[in-house]
Design a protein around this ligand. Structure first.
Ligand code: BJW
Ligand code: ZN
Length: 250
């Protein structure tokens, strides 16, 4: 299906909810998780890094990996896809729900309703939950282990503010996202960009939009687990397709 079909859907939309995943930031140089060869989970074992059990077992190992990723994201820039979504907000009521822990939508000028899997740039105590606001050390080279900062309230280890497998999503962000999707009506659009549709509950969000009567548009160079339920599928990358889509709106 074509960019023109997606543009036609957007022309008739009052509201647009964007659900973005790792593919949104791939062309900025941020690796995705599950892609063959380049995905993070090809090189790193998620069970040793992205679960509460991994954190319990070895906080310095987990902290070092996230510190490396903080540095990686700090050193890259938003891509044309991020910028196109910021531009789309000048003509449409755009709500962005992202699974991404980076800040590239914001740096491109978008307001983000929800980071449903948290943020690389927010930290809290792993024991008492108090927010940690002091600057964190980011090594210039990847290191195997790095001691996490210490909580000023209870001396516990400070952890990354991301959502690991088996953890609850931040309830405010999750509820706000569901409300935004449920508020869509016929003719509105849910734009699903760069997600494999494997991780729940995010993967169930396009179905909420569809249930509300919205047109679901997928932008992804490859088939995903949610491609079949999308009304319009554009097989292309975020940084090329989104600018083309916004340009096609005139
Ligand atoms: C491009 C591109 C380009 C490439 N342009 N596109 C069955 C039902 C429901 C739940 C479960 C279930 N079985 C198990 C669960 C629970 C579990 C889960 O879903 N597991 C699955 C693996 C099966 N879920 C959870 O545990 C979640 N918690 C939960 O459910 O709690 C209950 C609850 C619910 C609601 C409210 C309250 C409580 C938590 C999930 C946490 C996920 N965490 C991670 C890590 C975050 C921290 C970090 O960054 O390290 O989040 S895992 C990782 O996957 C990360 C991502 O956000 C997430 C999704 O990945 P994404 O974005 O889709 O990336 P990829 O790599 O998979 O795909 C990239 C896509 O981009 C591909 O399609 C490419 O083709 C495409 N692409 N280049 C456009 N240029
Ligand atoms: Zn604490």
């Amino acid at each position: 299906m074509s960019v023109e079909q997606a543009a036609a859907a957007l022309r008739g939309a009052q509201q647009v909810v964007v659900l973005s995943g790792a593919g949104m930031s791939a062309e900025s140089g941020v690796p995705t998780f599950r892609e063959a060869q380049s995905g993070l989970w090809e090189e790193f074992d998620p069970s040793r890094l992205a679960t509460p059990e991994a954190w319990q077992a070895d906080p310095p190992f987990v902290w070092a990996w996230y510190a490396w990723r903080v540095g990686l994201v700090r050193d890259v820039e938003p891509n044309d896809g991020h910028r196109a979504l910021a531009a789309l907000a000048r003509t449409h009521d755009v709500t962005i729900v992202t699974q991404n822990v980076d800040d590239l939508h914001e740096r491109a000028g978008s307001e983000v309703l929800a980071h449903i899997h948290g943020s690389l740039f927010e930290y809290r105590c792993g024991d008492c939950g108090v927010r940690y606001d002091a600057p964190v050390e980011v090594p210039s080279e990847p290191v195997e282990r790095l001691d996490p900062p210490t909580c000023q309230a209870c001396a516990g280890d400070v952890r990354p503010g991301v959502v690991w497998f088996g953890e609850d999503l931040p309830m405010d962000d999750f509820q706000a996202s569901v409300e935004a999707l449920e508020s869509l009506t016929k003719g509105d659009v849910c734009l699903v960009v760069g997600t494999s549709g494997i991780v729940y509950p995010a993967a169930g969000m396009p179905a909420i939009a569809r249930g509300a009567g919205a047109t679901v548009v997928e932008i992804n160079p490859h088939e995903s687990d949610i491609s079949d339920m999308c009304d319009i599928v554009v097989r292309g990358s975020a940084a090329t397709t989104l600018p083309a889509l916004v340009a096609a709106l005139g």
